[in-house]
Design a protein around this ligand. Structure first.
Ligand SMILES: [Zn+2]
Ligand SMILES: [Zn+2]
Length: 280
C-alpha cells in the first residue's frame, strides 16, 4: 500500500502546493481522497493517469477539497478509450454537487460529443455517485473501505475513510477536530493521514492582518499539529502523515513542524512537499 500526498495546500493559494488530495494505491486500486486544486497535475507526477483512478472518496464538501473533481471527471472521460464512470463516494450532499458539476460541464460535453464520433459512441459523461454516512463498509475491488464520522462543524456531515488491503490499513481523515469517530477511524492503523493547522502560526499571521477574525475562525474546526500527534499516539498509529498545512509550511520549516507533533507522538512522522509518499 502506497500513500502519496498529491496536494498539501489549503484554501489559501500557494505556488508550490496543490489543494488537498491524497492518492492511495492499495490492492488493485488507485483511489484519491479529496480532489483539490491541481490534483490531476500531481496525479500525473505520481505516475497515474486520470483513467487509472477508479474511485474518489470525498471527506466533505468544502471547496478546497473538491475544486478539481470536475477536472478528474473530464480528463478521464476524454482520455479513456472506453467510458468507465468515476465512482465518487462522499457524504450526503455529494450527489447534488456532482449533478451541478455535470450541468456546468454541459457545454464542454456537447462540444466534444459533436466533434468526436468515437466519444459519442462511447457514451455521455457520467459519474457513479454513492452517498454514505458513518459506519458503512464498501468493497472496492480488493480494497475494503469503512466510513467514520468526523467533526468539522459547522461543516456537516464530514467523514474519514479507513482503507484496508493486503493486511495493511490507512486511515484518511479530512478536516476535523479530535473526536470519538476519529479515534475509531485511525485505531491501530499503519498510516494515519491528518489535515492540520498550526494555531501558533495562524495567531501570529492574524496579528499582522487588518481583518483577522476570518482567519482566526478556522482554529475551532481543524486538528492542530499537536492534536494530530495526540490522536496518533492515543490510537497506537505506526506512521502519522501531516498534510493541508495552514499556514503553508515554509521551506526549511519541516523539522519545526515535526518537532511539534513529536512532542506527543513517538512513531514515524511524515510531512513535506507535494508528492511526499509513504509505503507500508
Ligand atoms: Zn474543510
Ligand atoms: Zn480544508
Amino acid at each position: 500500500m502506497k500513500i502519496t500526498l498529491l496536494g498539501t495546500g489549503s484554501p489559501l493559494p500557494d505556488p508550490n502546493r496543490a489543494g488537498p488530495s491524497t492518492l492511495v494505491q492499495a490492492g488493485d486500486q488507485n483511489i484519491v481522497v479529496d480532489c483539490g486544486r491541481g490534483a490531476v497535475m500531481r496525479l500525473l507526477a505520481a505516475g497515474v493517469l486520470p483513467g487509472m483512478v477508479g474511485t474518489a472518496l470525498i471527506t466533505h464538501l468544502h471547496s478546497d477539497h473538491i475544486t478539481d473533481l470536475n477536472d478528474l471527471v473530464t480528463t478521464r472521460w476524454i482520455m479513456m478509450p472506453v467510458n468507465v464512470p468515476l465512482r465518487v463516494v462522499g457524504p450526503v450532499g455529494t450527489k447534488a454537487i456532482v449533478d451541478a458539476m455535470l450541468q456546468m460541464l454541459g457545454p464542454d460535453q456537447s462540444y466534444r460529443l459533436g466533434h468526436h464520433d468515437d466519444l459519442r459512441a462511447a457514451g455521455p459523461l457520467t459519474v457513479d455517485v454513492t452517498e454514505v454516512g458513518p459506519g458503512e463498509t464498501l468493497q472496492i475491488g480488493t480494497v475494503t473501505v469503512t466510513t467514520h464520522a468526523t467533526d468539522h462543524r459547522p461543516v456537516e456531515p464530514s467523514l474519514g475513510y479507513r482503507i484496508a488491503a493486503d493486511g495493511h490499513v490507512a486511515a484518511l481523515a479530512g478536516d476535523t477536530i479530535p473526536c470519538a469517530g476519529l479515534d475509531d477511524l485511525c485505531r491501530d492503523a499503519d498510516v494515519y493521514v491528518q489535515t492540520v493547522i498550526r494555531e501558533d502560526l495562524v495567531a501570529q499571521l492574524a496579528a499582522l492582518l487588518p481583518n483577522s477574525q476570518r482567519l482566526l475562525d478556522i482554529l475551532d474546526y481543524h486538528s492542530t499539529v499537536a492534536q494530530a500527534g495526540q490522536t496518533a499516539s492515543r490510537n497506537r498509529v505506526k506512521t502519522l502523515v501531516l498534510t493541508h498545512y495552514v499556514p503553508a509550511m515554509q521551506p526549511g520549516a519541516e523539522e519545526d513542524w515535526r518537532r511539534v507533533a513529536a512532542e506527543h507522538f513517538t512513531g514515524t512522522i511524515v510531512l513535506g512537499p507535494d508528492l511526499t509518499s509513504v509505503e507500508v
